[in-house]
Ligand binder design. Structure first.
Ligand code: ARG
Length: 459
């Protein structure tokens, strides 16, 4: 089997070295983008009079047949031809003869490969954004449905202040909203065509880069051919955005794991998103959430691997750059899988309202409100903080909560306390009065829900 670059070689490749350099096993995923890129290139070559129009037609038809072969599982993949790009070109020449040999005029694999990856990344950013929107939609639905449910909000994993469950859920909506925006930004920078950069210095043929860019739906072209073939920061940026999004999913997963423990008891996973134990019959484990958390390590690893691969590469193309693909694919596959299961899991999780309601009655998360009560009656806040701190200690020592104190006990802490203190430290009051912008009061949360719904409706 002759290699497409075999001319200057007298010896055939060592089989181990051949297997080592081949990227076919993973870059075959780029076949569609490769064929698109080649068709655009062939059309441009014909338009510019660089190859005969009949040859361009033959090339286009041949490539479409090859695409059908690949899709039907009938394409003869051959590792000896290194990668998907050479496999397709070799097959084209087999099918249409010398015309096929004209396709690679004024092109190098260096600009070809990275063009394919740009096309792939743009499509995948769109797909990830759709999945993010789905998850946001589910968060919004659940937040709407759970309006009015009060739960403890935490800092340091200690009960802090009562909040609406909907407020807590919507916090994740906004994280995902920033992820969506980061992907949109990354997409802008991925939207340049490297095609026509050639091996790295451009080409002696009168090509039209703007034409191929427009054919492929790119917003513009890389202004520098050397940069074009060696840029991989569009990949790193995408994977960085993926890593941040994955981190958000991991935090949410961690909450679900915690909340489904007996200790919290705030949620119960749907059976479809949990598994049992092979030995402990009572168990229902939140495996899906745990795996979302665990797989976050892969995406971080992908990002770190990419940064490391790139850091020592002088201009321009080096084979190190072939190492970009598996990391990119892995990050995208992982993120998409996690977004998908997270959406299903959140859509079906049961919130245990009674348990949450009970949790906010049996804790000190209303202590700030008790201090605010005194401050509103004129006591300096620092002093109020001290008074309530003493009241909390008093209650802890007696095994009770603030709301269990008698009026006489309250009066002993401060004579500013009146009958309305009970109302003031009820969890509903704590939530309802936090009307500052972005706060947990129902009216403010309703505003978030409306804002969020508007954002999703505009997509
Ligand atoms: N398969 C390689 C990659 O993915 C393409 C080879 C580009 N050029 C070369 N001279 N080896 O990066």
């Amino acid at each position: 089997m002759t290699k497409l670059w075999g001319g200057r070689f007298t010896k055939s490749a060592d089989k181990t070295a051949e297997g080592f350099t081949s990227s076919l096993s993973f870059d075959r995923r780029l076949y569609r983008q490769d064929i698109r890129g080649s068709i655009a290139h062939a059309r441009m070559l014909a338009k510019q009079g660089i190859i005969p129009a009949e040859d361009a037609d033959l090339i286009e038809r041949g490539l479409r047949e090859i695409e059908a072969e690949i899709e039907a599982g009938q394409f003869p993949f051959r590792q000896e031809y290194e990668d998907i790009h050479l496999n397709i070109e070799k097959r084209l020449i087999e099918k249409i003869g010398p015309a096929g040999g004209r396709l690679h005029t004024a092109r190098s694999r260096n600009d070809q490969v990275v063009t394919d990856v740009h096309l792939w990344v743009k499509d995948e950013i769109d797909a990830v954004q759709r999945l993010i929107s789905d998850l946001q939609g589910t968060l919004l639905d659940r937040a709407r449905e759970q309006m009015g449910v009060i739960m403890p909000g935490y800092t340091h994993l200690q009960r802090a202040q009562p909040v609406l469950l909907s407020h807590h859920l919507m916090a994740y909506f906004w994280m995902l909203e920033r992820d969506y925006g980061r992907l949109a930004d990354a997409r802008k920078r991925a939207d340049l065509s490297p095609l026509g950069a050639g091996a790295m210095a451009g080409t002696t043929f009168p090509i039209d880069r703007e034409f191929t860019a427009a054919e492929l739906g790119f917003a513009g072209v890389y202004p520098n051919s050397m940069d074009a073939v060696s840029d991989r920061d569009f990949i790193i940026e995408f994977v960085a955005a993926a890593a941040i999004c994955q981190m958000h999913l991991s935090r949410l997963a961690e909450e679900l794991v915690n909340w489904s423990s007996t200790e919290f008891g705030f949620v119960e996973m749907d059976d479809a998103y949990a598994t049992g134990s092979s030995i402990m019959p009572q168990k229902k484990n939140p495996d899906v959430a745990e795996l979302v958390r665990g797989k976050t390590g892969r995406v971080y690893g992908d990002l770190m691997a990419l940064l490391t691969v790139l850091k020592g590469i002088p201009l321009t193309y080096h084979s190190d750059l072939q190492e970009d693909k598996e990391r990119l694919f892995d990050a995208v596959d992982t993120l998409k899988a996690c977004l998908t299961v997270m959406t299903g899991m959140l859509a079906t999780v049961k919130f245990n309202r009674e348990r949450m309601a009970q949790a906010v009655r049996q804790d000190f998360s209303n202590a700030t409100d008790m201090a605010d009560y005194l401050a509103k009656k004129g006591m300096p806040f620092r002093e109020a903080h001290e008074v309530v701190g003493r009241a909390v200690l008093y209650c802890i020592e007696r095994g009770k909560f603030l709301a269990d104190c008698t009026m006489a006990e309250f009066k002993a802490f401060s004579d500013l306390f009146e009958e309305d203190i009970y109302q003031a430290i009820a969890p509903e009051t704590c939530v309802n009065l936090r009307t500052s912008q972005g706060g947990t009061a129902p009216a403010e949360v309703e505003k978030q829900l409306a804002l969020a719904a508007g954002i999703l409706a505009a997509r």
